[in-house]
Design a protein around this ligand. Structure first.
Ligand code: NAD
Length: 513
């Protein structure tokens, strides 16, 4: 891996003591057991991080709650300026941070850089937003009265993130939360702990340069047990959690029990509907990138193609043909399309899913399997598979976080395809490929896709930060990133002000004294 400049990248990011002792990073009070981070790229140990104990956690929360008291006093546009400085630093460090993402998580280098670019983009969005945290005014029914709505900071925000976007999801949350006047406590994925340390180092430097307390941005390390310290903590009014539906079910109910708010970004089971008029030039790259990009480890990865029977054979052959051209290997080498899965557990889940699909009657069109030999020593490289299946198969109904694409046939009108597309428990991303205006509009209508994201003539993955991101049903209902997603990081207050000399009651109620 040193060939690809990983050592230099880690040094530039201040991630210390590689392969020798622990990497503590800044504002990381952690003193607990050690997590070792192994790269799925080559199986090498990259570094070690200490987990957060209960006593460490309380120190972090003290730092966060104290910092909140002064951070909320800073005017929002000035908070935006801190985010601007942070994004400039990210521009400087795009290369090393993108490399670390690629090496620790296993996505292609281009996607690693893309993830850092997403951080920069959301920061730019947040800077502009820092002057637009606008409330409304409403006419009062009472003479001499005005009504208005204000948005206030909510407090320390807890962020729990998944391994597959080990840096961008944090930035989606923090950049907005910071301009809103909140401080953030982040538990990154235990599968990519060095990415967490690197990000914290970057913001810590900006805060220091501006004489601001580092408690504005805090990290805690470890698995679900560390996450639970935060989800059960009444000092954390909002938990933003990204990960599996299994995790979201636990986090959502735990936070609700204490009347906290949660923003849940959970699993997807995303489909593309391919209609008779679909343009193959668009379908093939859209479907193939959607299915194999990030080795099928995006929440928006394409899992199902729902293809009209009249074009089924043509589409199937084109996609199977394209799979033949894919190169699998070290993701830091830009000639490879597909890198490894995150770990061997994930490889086993992938293999089991293929067996389950076969057992339910699925027909394998492109066979999967684990790659062995030189360059594949980590044991995490797999071949992307294509399986002809039925939508109701149990395994098709389930999100397998790996490159397995199910081909499903539909006949008749587009409504039949929409029923299949909606016929899963998850509701994140969806797409239709068509040149028929009526089909596209039906798909986007209230009776169409039931997902949070619905696209026409592009695939299911690769969202831009300008729109609100998230999904319905078991995807959890949360929205992050663009549009008015910022509102979740604030509390709304309605004000009624009487500037008259009387006290008329609402609804004309009389109360004579
Ligand atoms: P995961 O659910 O195993 O872990 C996600 C995070 O939750 C980790 O930081 C983990 O430590 C933490 N966690 C797990 N159980 C917890 C608990 N009980 N209390 C507190 N924290 C807990 O998911 P993963 O394997 O890291 O990521 C893959 C999953 O994430 C997929 O299902 C994918 O679709 C989903 N995902 C969704 C989005 C989205 O925006 N909708 C984005 C990325 C990933």
């Amino acid at each position: 891996a040193t060939d690809f400049g990983i050592k230099d990248a880690l040094q530039q990011l201040g991630v210390k003591d590689i392969n020798n002792g622990t990497s503590t990073g800044s504002n990381n009070f952690s003193t607990g057991e050690i997590i070792e981070s192994y790269s799925p790229v080559d199986g090498q140990l990259i570094g070690k991080v200490k987990t957060t104990t209960r006593a460490d956690y309380d120190k972090v929360m003290d730092a966060a709650t104290t910092a909140y008291q002064s951070w909320r006093d800073v005017p929002a546009p000035q908070r935006g300026d801190i985010v601007r400085q942070f994004s400039n630093k990210l521009r400087d460090l795009k290369e090393p941070l993108g490399k670390l993402v690629s090496y620790e998580m296993g996505k292609s280098l281009q996607e690693g850089y893309g993830e850092v670019q997403e951080m920069i983009d959301i920061c730019d969005f947040a800077v502009g937003l820092s002057r637009q945290l606008n409330g409304q005014t409403m006419p009062s029914e009472r003479p001499g009265h005005v009504m208005r709505e204000q948005w206030h900071p909510i407090g320390p925000v807890g962020i729990i993130s998944a391994f597959n976007f080990p840096v961008a999801v944090w930035a989606w949350n923090t950049s907005l939360a910071w301009i809103c006047g909140d401080v953030c406590v982040w538990k990154g994925s235990e599968k990519a702990p060095l990415c967490t340390i690197a990000c914290q180092n970057i913001i810590a430097e900006i805060l220091k340069e501006n004489n601001l307390p580092e408690g504005i941005s805090c990290i805690i390390n470890g698995d679900h047990k560390v996450g639970e310290m935060m989800t059960t903590d009444h000092r954390v009014p909002l938990i933003s959690a990204t990960g599996s539906t299994r995790m979201g079910r636990i986090v959502g109910t735990t936070v609700a029990e204490r009347f906290g708010k949660s923003l849940l970004e959970l699993g997807g089971n995303n489909a593309i509907i391919i209609t008779p008029t679909a343009d193959l030039k668009v379908v093939v790259p859209g479907a193939v990138f959607g299915a194999v990009g990030t080795c099928g480890q995006r929440c928006t990865s394409t899992r199902r193609l729902i293809i009209h029977e009249s074009v089924y054979d043509k589409v199937r052959d084109a996609i199977v043909g394209a799979y033949g051209q894919l190169t699998i290997g070290n993701p830091l080498d830009e000639k490879n399309h597909i890198g490894p899965l995150i770990d061997k557990d994930s490889v086993n889940t992938y293999l089991a899913a293929i067996e389950k699909a076969k057992a339910e009657g699925g027909k394998v069109l492109v066979d999967g399997g684990v790659l062995e030999g030189k360059g594949f020593e980590s044991g995490c490289y797999v071949k992307p598979a294509i399986i002809e299946a039925e939508n109701h198969f149990k395994i098709v109904q389930h999100e397998t976080f790996a490159p397995i694409l199910y081909l499903i046939k539909y006949s008749g009108e587009v409504e039949n395809a929409i029923v299949k597309q909606n016929g899963v428990a998850q509701g994140l991303s969806s797409a239709i490929m068509t040149n028929e205006l009526k089909e596209a509009e039906k798909f986007l209508s209230y009776a169409g896709s039931d997902c949070g994201i619905a696209n026409v003539n592009i695939g299911t993955s690769g969202a831009e930060i300008g729109g609100a991101f998230g999904g319905e049903k078991e995807t959890g209902g949360g929205r992050e990133s663009g549009s008015d997603a910022w509102k979740v990081y604030m509390r709304r207050q309605t004000n009624t002000i009487n500037y008259s000399d009387e006290l008329p009651l609402a609804q004309g109620i009389k109360f004579d004294l």
